[in-house]
Design a protein. Sequence first.
Lengths: 465, 374
Amino acid sequence: MTACVQEATQLKQASQDSGIDSRVPVTVLTGFLGSGKTTLLNRILTEQHGKRIAVIENEYGEIGIDHELVVQSDEEIFEMNNGCICCTVRGDLIRILARLMRRKHRFDHIIIETTGMADPGPVAQTFFMDEEMKDKLRLDAIVTLVDSKHILQHIDSDECHAQLAFADVVLLNKCDLVSGEELLSLKDRVRGLNRLAQIHQTVQGGLDIEQVLGIRAFDLEARAAEMPDFLKEELPFEWAGLFDLDAGIYELDLAPGPDPTIDLVLIGPGLENPEVFGLWKRESIVLYSSDPQFVNRDAGLHVGDVLYRLPVAESSGATTTVHVEKPGRYVLFTQHLPEEFDLTLNRGGRAVQPMEEHRYVSPHEHDESVGSVGIQLPGDIDPDRFEAWMVDLLRRRGTDIFRTKGVLSLAGDAERFVFQGVHMLFDGQAGRSWEPDAQRESQMIFIGRNLDRGELTEGLRACLA
Amino acid sequence: MPGLAVIATPAPFSMCRSHVLGDAVTDLAWSGGGNLILAGSAAGVLHRFSADGDALGDWQGHEGGVTRVCFKPGDDAALASAGEDGYVRLWDTDSGSEIATLAEEQTWVEHLAWTPDGKVLAAAARKTISLWQGTEPLGVWYDARRHVLAMSWAPDGKRLATAANKGLYLWRMNSKHTEASEPMQLLSFPGAPVAVEWQPNGKALAVGTQDGFLQVWRPAGIRTGAVKNNASQLTMRGYPGKVTCLSWHPIKTIIATAGGPDVVLWELPGKAGAAKGTPLRHHQATITALAWSADGLQLASGDRSGRLCIWDREGKAIFSQVIGHEISEIRWHPKRSILAIGDTAGGLHFLDHIHPHKDPTTTSPDQEADIEQR
């Protein structure tokens, strides 16, 4: 049995144990040499915040070791002998933290500094793998400090991608050294790699300590409340149009565009209610992840849960019939913006105008291999099936999945189940109770390399109770 | 015998003294003669107590926490200590005055041990093992590839076993006590060790690992019937957590171990075959300290919730009480049925057998006969 399985079997017990969390929060501070970690650490240690903070710095740190609360570490990585190739922990941290946590006067917070070259995985996993660490400490956040000027030249490296993808908080330091335009583009890039990270701009590590320490970044629920649209940005379509249609046959006309095909979904009727539209929008993510069906020239396009792929000829474009059986409000999702193909929906030679349009950011703007996949699903999740799915998924894909976070509606539970994972390991607990009138739903986000949206969405969907 | 233990009433042990030190007790050591016990604290203070639990004074030994305290075998007046400040120091325990500072490392000195004859002291920090005879440096054993994660002297005082990531190694003192060459690898295993302990008769070495395994090495030459065996490796699994607690029975081929809330006793096979494991269940929290009494008649275990449990030789819990906070150390008196327990809130507790009319300093003949039979 692997540790992943052990973790997972504790899932239910953990969700039932909603006592007060007395564990000491740990912040992992990571960043490349020269990004300003030492300055930030010194600020944290000298500022009057009333907190007793211990810092564990790597061997090449610059903070005076005279400081009684600073301990040097070795970055000693141990493999866990459980069959998971990426189950690694930091042996030195376990020993140092065990000693720190066996003191009479407890620390309020622990900060672990790591170099930018190191994979933050082993450090983060230490807090999931070792029973003592798990019992006494909780991972509060992974904070990545970047030198805004420097990183622009290196952002395409794998190391950079991994560092940014792992982060709960990205501090764009030395942002006074880059232009406003560069800063915007940098933020955009970071967002593309890691949709969930909180991004702060700083100069000389000068920011409110509250933005870095004790932020409970693993709590996706809180994060989702802060940015309710974080999943919306991930819609697989660039455009959605709401149309009031009568029963009958319409025509969809497209001019040649940038791609030889376009993917389409037409659903309805009954989308007058914005909430229903929201629901369909989420459903469309699932549709998008299935294999597309090429539009049959004779049969045309029909309303329903089908993802159509329409070939668009380079010379003549495309035309297809659209069959509507009942009058009502429908939504047409398109993979690309309509203007790119001069797309129009016509009846009897007259274009039908949408009642409402929605434009969405393309999910693959930068075509990075590192990215995020967010899933939102109404209804209850079956805990056993979810557990089995996660264990299997993380065992197969754990190397590429850096972070997992979720707020689940588990069947039979009065509270939300809040969890986070690093590579193959995950850990969770009960969160806020579901309000009686709340629509129970689950949200998950995966951050990693070469993520398959279809696989992830279908997987979670199959866990519905 | 195994299974959920029932506590005999009345409990044959009672708490007789308790002290609260300024910070967590990090290590405890009885002097060989049993007149003194030294407690090291996370505040760097060394505290001296009599066997009856009277405080006899304390002094600042280190900046930062004390990691180890070790009386020099055969000399109750000499104590070595190691600390998070990177120092190894020798003390005169009568006066608390420093005899010598032996080492100054740049990092925590986490391991310290005298050879059983008291001739050589070894201290390990990261990848370096330093050796002294008296106050004279004997040399340094250094292996650039491996951190010393745990170490233990063989009873003969000539071989030091060190556990490093994925392996168990043996360093030999040569006749001139000069620098050793390469250590010999005794065992290879996946995972990282967290504890290593020689069997008191030198016939086995046990290693507990981070990922919940117990590995036992037995040298070649143990006779089983007429056949001489090759060196062997026994692997025991099934622990829910890291196997941090190891305590060999002083006489029998039994080791008490813990890597979770159960004490697991392993009786090693005389011939080829599987070791027999017996779980002793009573604790609810992870066990943090484990020790056999010097006569091997009792086993004491302490856990993270502060519960102390004493087991008799049948594996029955004969004492169980929450005595403080997370228990960090348990040390039996070398001759009497006194038990010293340190906890992470600075509590130092003394337990004694409550039948004072029965002299516990000597083992009765029938008990000895019993041990021989088993």
